[in-house]
Write a protein that binds this ligand. Structure first.
Ligand SMILES: [Zn+2]
Ligand SMILES: [Zn+2]
Length: 144
């Protein structure tokens, strides 16, 4: 896609960035948020993970925002990710992707690391984060 995308929060033009060596994202140079396309998530390789943890209660609470989707300019929905008090924006209606504000991705990784420590299991927090995004994606797809 060659179309320019604009940041839903500050309207700057988004630039492509390779996020942690695993996903290509559109990042905002101004507010440092990032957009993750669903089709980019689809391209990620699968890793072994307990699927059950991603079912059911993944998304709480969904509400409309006034922020436009960078793909289609439809309004993004905000939802809360499980217990973590983490709010993400998504273009749920058209399955375009997720918006993460600056630092939200780092918070997810912290949460994953903390959880791994709690359950005394060695995991790769970044791989788990990647898996979480895929889980969210399939959750949103199924809901329709
Ligand atoms: Zn921005
Ligand atoms: Zn959209």
């Amino acid at each position: 896609m060659t179309l320019k995308m604009n940041c839903p929060k500050c309207n700057s033009v988004l630039v492509k960035k390779f996020y942690k060596g695993m996903i290509e994202v559109e990042a905002c140079p101004q507010c440092r948020g990032m957009w993750l396309d669903f089709h980019e998530l689809d391209q990620l390789e699968d890793i072994t993970f307990n699927e059950d943890e991603h079912k059911g209660s993944l998304v709480h609470f969904q509400t409309k925002t006034n922020y436009p989707c960078p793909n289609c300019v439809d309004e993004l929905d905000e939802f809360q990710y499980r217990l973590y008090d983490l709010k993400l924006d998504t273009c749920a209606r058209n399955d375009h992707g997720f918006w993460l504000d600056a630092g939200e991705d780092e918070r997810v990784i912290e949460i994953m690391q903390k959880r791994a420590a709690e359950i005394h299991r060695k995991i790769n927090a970044e791989a788990e984060w990647k898996q979480m995004l895929k889980g969210m994606h399939s959750f949103l797809m199924k809901k329709k």
